[in-house]
Ligand binder design. Structure first.
Ligand SMILES: [Zn+2]
Length: 681
């Protein structure tokens, strides 16, 4: 019997034949796909012909197509519709998969051939058939970079040392995360049934009572997990309790117990610094930046500084306003970090308070989705038509995406509802990526969210933004128009990938667009202008705080990853120096302090990379400004964004792509304006 994962898919549009696939098919299919890929790699590595761009670089692009297909089905389903059986297979397959990929990029014979092609890159006729061929140059450089970053260019001794460092880092990073979890679980604020809970809304108290009950206790249980501490700090009138829980939060994994992360994170920082030196970089930050759009730590610092100055002016004003509010309420104390959210919430609800009932009925899921489709239609002329194809779950809906001239673009799947078999969060993924190497391969893109399933399904404002955000990633995958698979769609640098998604969020909030899709789900009435006004005004509120606490964490991240191995400061020294150098006010702490800064210490990918959220925000705000200047749906601007960004994937340096769209480098002005941080606001 043939394995459906390895057979030809005679389904409409070549969608995976989900109904025919069962759990027993995955492991044999993976084994066959690994073997096929190994054979292809071996053929390239042992070729008797002199290495050329085509017989090495392009050949590697063609290799592994079976693994692509099997992996796409498996990795999508383990995220969206997993089971115990799939989890067991995942536990066995993941190490095999990681090994397979790392042995590819440390294959010395293969690297030697790549290196030879790379060394002739200037003499190489990269141009082909009159096409400039910048995608070919980029493909070669990226491939070479992958080998080099995997350690392929090192001496055997150095490579061995890097492997040892990687192993040590893996275990330290795991320990860092476990310590944060242990200390988070270790703290409990249990409030007696009849004690002071004034200010806390009923829904928050219900959740806290359930939390207590689940531990066999009575009363209300609060913890320092974000979902528990945030409403507590916003609403609890009792200032001493706010201080108590806040202090516990900022001491997470920094207590006198086994879960203290101070030395763990210093070890991580030192090992990363050592590895960077072996790789011939001045610091870990430089090493990471070599693979990002920002290119150098200096450019990141310049960006942070440019936003820091206006943000710190604004946060001082906000602090003064909160102090006034404390005095007006009869308080006789100086504003402290545990007061910030509490008094901010009071002002927020008075100024922009919108009840859920005023907003949610206007955001029926189907209307919001169609609103996103409408934006794509008006910008790019593409339309989405419901289509009947095999899907893996009844919640999944499929659309045939067609260009203005009727050309078929790809298949777009939506999987919007929460369920036990799906992981949390929202994301875009694909079952097939676009490419034009030997034939035109059309993409199958999917958007996943976790909206509570209900009929009608009414969304909150954050969920509306999420839907538009993922749809933006979806368009990046769908409108991709590249030759080589590895350059397709969203396979771009980490600090560039959020541009297409975040820019879409701007349209969601435009009054003109809202009036189109935000219609009452029963009466059909369009959302009122006063409500739109309030929604938009709330966006710039408290942004001095939000921006400085985030930037402060970015500065910490950069400081830890610029250190010398032999000269690693203590946690207290580094934090003090870093915060003094920017002048962070006492009433604000960095969004994360070192001992619980999981983004940067539980794995490499966001290390020296916490800045990338605001880097991308500079791009999306500045990019959207082009539409504001010329018109929300200006066709020339839209076409330029499509041709220069959405279609281009990773075929060129993202800064070059951006400049081609915008006609200049990105500027921070529009971001400052959208956060309300410019002088005159
Ligand atoms: Zn995103």
């Amino acid at each position: 019997m043939t394995n459906p994962l390895l057979a030809r898919w005679d389904t409409p549009f070549g969608v995976p034949p989900f109904a025919e696939i069962d759990e027993s098919h995955y492991e044999p299919a993976f084994e066959a796909a690994f073997e096929a890929h190994d054979k292809e790699i071996e053929a390239i590595a042992s070729s008797a012909d002199a290495p050329t761009f085509d017989n090495t670089v392009v050949a590697l692009e063609r290799a592994g197509s079976s693994l692509e297909r099997v992996g796409a089905v498996f990795f999508n389903l383990t995220s969206t519709d997993t089971s115990e059986a799939l989890q067991d297979i995942e536990a066995r397959i993941m190490p095999r998969y990681a090994n397979h990929m790392s042995s590819l990029y440390t294959n010395q014979r293969l690297f030697e051939r790549v290196r030879q092609v790379y060394s002739q890159r200037n003499a190489l006729a990269i141009e082909q058939d009159g096409v400039p061929g910048s995608d070919r140059r980029e493909l070669l450089e990226e491939l070479h970079r992958r080998f080099v970053r995997a350690g392929a260019a090192l001496s055997d001794a150095d490579r061995q040392q890097v492997a040892t460092i990687d192993e040590q880092l893996a275990s330290l990073q795991t320990r860092f995360g476990r310590n944060v979890l242990a200390d988070t679980n270790g703290f409990e604020l249990l409030i007696e049934e009849d004690a002071d809970v004034s200010g806390l809304p009923g829904s928050v108290l219900e959740a806290a009572r359930a939390a207590a009950e689940s531990k066999g206790k009575s009363g209300y249980l609060f913890t320092i997990s974000r979902s528990s501490i945030t409403p507590f700090l916003q609403f609890a009138d009792n200032r001493e309790l706010r201080e108590k829980i806040y202090r516990a939060y900022v001491r997470c994994a920094d207590n006198d117990n086994d879960a203290n992360n101070r030395e763990v994170l210093r070890d991580i920082a030192r090992l990363r610094a050592r590895r960077a030196k072996i790789m011939d970089f001045g610091s870990h930050a430089e090493f990471m930046m070599d693979d990002r759009m920002a290119r150098t730590p200096a450019r990141v610092r310049e960006l942070l500084d440019n936003i820091w100055r206006p943000a710190s002016r604004r946060v001082a004003e906000e602090a003064a306003a909160l102090q006034d509010r404390i005095r007006a309420d009869g308080g006789n104390f100086a504003l402290a970090p545990w007061d910030w959210q509490y008094y901010t919430e009071k002002i927020r609800s008075e100024r922009f308070g919108l009840q859920d009932e005023q907003v949610k009925p206007f955001f029926l899921l189907e209307h919001v989705r169609d609103g996103a489709f409408e934006v794509a239609k008006r910008l790019y002329g593409v339309s989405f038509e419901a289509v009947d194809v095999p899907v893996y779950h009844p919640d999944v809906e499929a659309y045939r995406v067609v260009d203005a001239d009727g050309t078929f673009i790809g298949i777009f799947l939506t999987d919007y509802y929460m369920r036990d078999s799906k992981r949390g969060g929202a994301w875009m993924s694909h079952f097939r990526e676009q490419s034009n190497l030997d034939e035109s391969i059309r993409p199958i893109v999917i958007n996943c969210c976790n909206f509570p399933k209900a009929s009608p399904c009414l969304l909150g404002m954050d969920e509306v933004r999420t839907l538009f955000h993922e749809f933006g990633h979806g368009l990046h995958g769908l409108l991709s128009n590249v030759t080589y698979p590895s350059q397709s769609g969203t396979n771009v640098k980490q600090d560039f990938v959020e541009l297409p998604s975040q820019i879409m969020e701007h349209w969601a909030m435009e009054p003109e667009v809202l009036r189109g899709y935000a219609r009452h789900h029963v009466t059909g009435k369009v959302i009122a202008d006063e409500v739109i006004e309030k929604l938009r005004a709330a966006e710039t509120f408290n942004q001095g705080f939000a921006t400085t606490e985030y930037l402060a964490a970015c500065y910490l991240d950069m400081a830890w990853h610029s250190i010398e191995e032999a000269d690693c400061p203590t946690v207290s020294d580094l934090e003090r120096t870093a915060m003094e150098s920017i002048g962070l006010i006492d009433a604000v702490d960095p969004r994360y302090k070192s001992t619980y800064f999981q983004h940067i210490f539980t794995g490499d990918s966001y290390s020296a990379g916490y800045y990338s959220y605001i880097w991308a925000e500079v791009l999306d705000a500045d990019g959207f400004e082009a539409f504001r200047e010329k018109g929300l749906f200006d066709q020339d601007t839209a076409l330029s964004f499509r041709r220069n960004v959405l279609e281009k994937g990773a075929t060129e340096d993202p800064m070059v792509l951006y400049r081609r769209f915008r006609g200049r480098d990105p500027e921070v002005g529009p971001l400052l304006a959208s956060r309300g941080l410019t002088e005159d606001q």
